[in-house]
Design a protein around this ligand. Structure first.
Ligand code: MN
Length: 265
C-alpha cells in the first residue's frame, strides 16, 4: 500500500464513527442523497431552517473512499492538477476557494473545505451580490484541499480541459457559529448557511439544495447584509486572478505565474 493510500484509509476510519460496510457503503450514500428533498421551495426552506435545525438525523453516513471519483476522472500523467488525497492535518480555519474555469462552458467552481476535502459546486454564472438573484450551483465531485492553489491549464481532451484561475479565496465558517457540526448538518439538510471571509466575497451566503432527480443541484444566494449590493456585478468587476493578478489569457499562455506569485508574497 502506498503512503498516500494509507493516509486516506486512516483518515476515513478516523472521521467515520460507523463501522466500515465495504461495498454496501456506496449504495447507502446514494439512498441518503435521494432522501434529501425538503429544500424544494427556496424561500420556505430559508425561513424554516432554524426550526429544522433540531433534526436528529445522522450526518455521517458511510460513503465511498474520499476523492475516489476525483482521482478516477483524471490522468495525472497528463494534467498538472494535484492528486486527490486527504491530508492528515488541516488548518484551524476552514478554507474556501473559487476558481474561474473556462472549460467547454465557462463556470465558477465554488469549493468549501469540509472534513478534509473541498465540497464543490459548478456555478455557471458565478456568484452575485444581489440577494434577489439565485445562482444555479451544480454539485460536482469533492476535490482535494491541495486544489486550492491550482491555477493553470488542464490539457484539451482531459477532464475539465481549459484554463483555471484562482478567482477568490479565504476562510469561511458556519453562519450560526455552530462550527463544523453545523456545517455538516447544513450540508446534509441541503441548507448550508455560511459566512465568507474572502478578498471578493464576504459576509453571509447560503447554498440551498433543490429536490431534483440526479446529481444534486443547489442555489447559491447572497443573504441580505452590509456586504450585499444589487448594484454591483462582482464577476465583471474582477476578471483577474486574486493571487497572481493574471487574466485568463495570460494564464492560458502560461505567462507570469510563478514570477508574479512570488513577488506578491
Ligand atoms: Mn470546473
Amino acid at each position: 500500500m502506498s503512503p498516500a493510500k494509507k493516509s486516506t484509509t486512516r483518515k476515513r476510519a478516523a472521521t467515520s464513527p460507523r463501522k466500515q460496510t465495504g461495498a454496501k457503503s456506496k449504495t447507502t450514500a446514494r439512498k441518503s442523497t435521494a432522501k434529501r428533498s425538503s429544500a424544494a421551495k427556496t424561500s420556505s426552506a430559508r425561513k424554516s431552517s432554524t426550526s429544522r435545525s433540531s433534526t436528529h438525523k445522522s450526518t455521517t453516513a458511510p460513503r465511498a473512499a474520499p476523492l475516489a471519483e476525483y482521482n478516477r476522472k483524471r490522468d495525472f500523467s497528463r494534467t498538472k492538477e494535484p492528486e486527490g488525497r486527504v491530508p492528515e492535518k488541516t488548518g484551524k480555519q476552514l478554507q474556501f476557494v473559487i476558481q474561474k474555469h473556462a472549460a467547454s462552458h465557462l463556470h465558477y467552481d465554488f469549493r468549501l473545505e469540509l472534513d478534509g476535502v473541498m465540497k464543490s459546486w459548478a456555478v455557471p454564472k458565478g456568484p452575485s451580490l444581489d440577494p434577489a438573484v439565485r445562482r444555479l450551483a451544480m454539485e460536482v465531485e469533492d476535490h482535494p484541499i491541495s486544489y486550492n492553489t491550482f491555477e493553470g491549464t488542464i490539457p484539451a481532451g482531459e477532464y475539465g480541459g481549459g484554463t483555471v484561475m484562482l478567482w477568490d479565496r479565504g476562510t469561511y465558517e458556519a453562519e450560526d457559529g455552530g462550527g463544523v457540526e453545523s456545517l455538516r448538518r447544513g450540508y446534509e439538510k441541503g441548507d448550508l448557511k455560511i459566512t465568507m471571509h474572502g478578498k471578493r466575497l464576504r459576509g453571509s451566503w447560503v447554498l440551498v439544495r433543490m429536490s431534483r432527480p440526479g446529481r444534486p443541484q443547489w442555489l447559491l444566494i447572497k443573504h441580505r447584509d452590509e456586504t450585499a449590493d444589487p448594484s454591483r456585478d462582482i464577476t465583471a468587476e474582477h476578471t483577474t486572478s486574486v493571487v497572481t493578478r493574471r487574466t485568463m489569457e495570460s494564464i492560458a499562455a502560461g505567462k507570469g505565474g510563478a514570477r508574479i506569485w512570488r513577488s506578491n508574497r
